[in-house]
Design a protein around this ligand. Structure first.
Ligand code: UFG
Length: 334
């Protein structure tokens, strides 16, 4: 089976590329390196000892996209080519809607033109807004997103739902990621946010390595066991394996939705403690005001993915912390 990965050089795309290649899939990657670089491609080859087709262009370029479908017999598409910075999306809503929503439409139109109807979409727990109760099941209410990034994910989910209604020979799988962290155990691929990181784990790693001075813990007065925000952190390799399971199991048409999380919630201070224990590094932190748009608690009920895909997260918080740290250390050495 030949799988097209748009944004396949990015953080989650590159880890999924590795898992697919290791499992014997053929892959084609499209990436414009807007949030990655070509070293990632060499790293994927080094880890897997396998080769693949690569095209460098913006996935919204319809002509070039069509050429990829003409040159390759694509069986399935996984779309990782979304912009994903929450704060930036508030500043640049048009860019976010254009890249994420228009891009998805162009991709789906092209798939339709070439008769490819198997699609996996990277969605996010952000579509649940401020959840009424946890753990969050796939049936929980969606909506109430507070930024263009989150709204773009919700809009694409709606588009996919309508598309399936119009033609039920599509095979569409929406994967709602919780908080992906960690890196491949080789230390050759990982997360490389540009500029000052917004997300917790990359920020912690930079404080531990001395690149940033101190972590601001955004609020300690939430209704959680220690007052700090609780999230469901999932190792990026587990998340990537989830995509493969979705490809393997979903060989009949349908519209499927799965949460990909561990089902466990950890607070900001839990993460700091576990990071220190796993790496032996100190993480200096201070309590700061709440961050706008943050919610108190968000974690998944991942039982549907277990029952239907035979998938569950295996790596624990220590693995996530150690692998995040290992990646940065390896990068510094190279
Ligand atoms: N946090 C801090 N200090 C920081 C960064 C984060 O205390 O410097 C806290 C946040 O307040 C929150 C937790 O750490 O309680 C996690 O924050 P992240 O920014 O790492 O992640 P979010 O849960 O806010 O958002 C992530 C992704 C989104 C996705 C969402 C889905 O970044 O893309 O999960 O739940 F939509």
């Amino acid at each position: 089976m030949k799988v097209l990965l748009t944004g396949g050089a990015g953080y989650i795309g590159s880890h999924t590329a590795v898992e697919l290649l290791n499992a014997g899939y053929e892959i084609v990657i499209i990436d414009d390196f807007s949030n990655s670089n070509e070293n990632v491609l060499n790293a994927i080859k080094k880890i897997t000892n396998k080769d693949f087709e690569f095209y460098k262009f913006d996935y919204k370029d319809r002509e070039k996209l069509e050429k990829v479908f003409e040159e390759n017999k694509i069986d399935a598409v996984i779309n990782f080519a979304g912009f994903k910075a929450v704060g930036e999306s508030v500043q640049k809503p048009l860019e976010y809607y254009y890249n994420n929503v228009t891009g998805a439409i162009i991709l789906l139109q092209t798939m339709k033109k070439y008769g490819v109807k198997r699609f996996i979409f990277s969605s996010s727990a952000t579509v649940y807004g401020n959840p009424e109760k946890v753990p969050i099941t796939e049936e929980s209410k969606t909506g109430g997103t507070t930024n263009p990034y989150g709204t773009s994910k919700l809009q694409i989910e709606q588009i996919l739902t309508d598309l399936y209604k119009s033609d039920n020979t599509w095979n569409i799988c929406i994967l709602r990621y919780f908080n992906p962290v960690g890196a491949h155990s080789s230390g050759l691929i990982g997360e490389e946010p540009q500029g000052i990181p917004n997300n917790l784990m990359p920020y912690i790693v930079r404080v531990a390595s001395g690149e940033l001075e101190i972590l601001s813990v955004f609020g300690n007065d939430y209704d959680t066991p220690d007052g700090t925000g609780v999230r469901d952190y999932i190792h990026v390799v587990d998340l990537s394996i989830g995509h493969m399971k979705a490809l393997q199991k979903l060989d009949r048409s349908g519209l499927y939705i799965y949460n990909l999380g561990t089902g466990k919630g950890y607070s900001v201070l839990d993460i700091v403690r576990n990071f220190e224990e796993a790496t032996g590094q100190k993480v200096k932190y201070k309590i700061a005001p709440r961050r706008d748009g943050d919610i108190a608690t968000c974690y998944a009920d991942p039982s549907k993915a277990k029952a239907e895909l035979g998938w569950e997260a295996k790596r624990d918080l220590k693995d996530m912390c150690r692998d995040s740290w290992n990646y940065i250390q390896k990068k510094k050495e190279s």
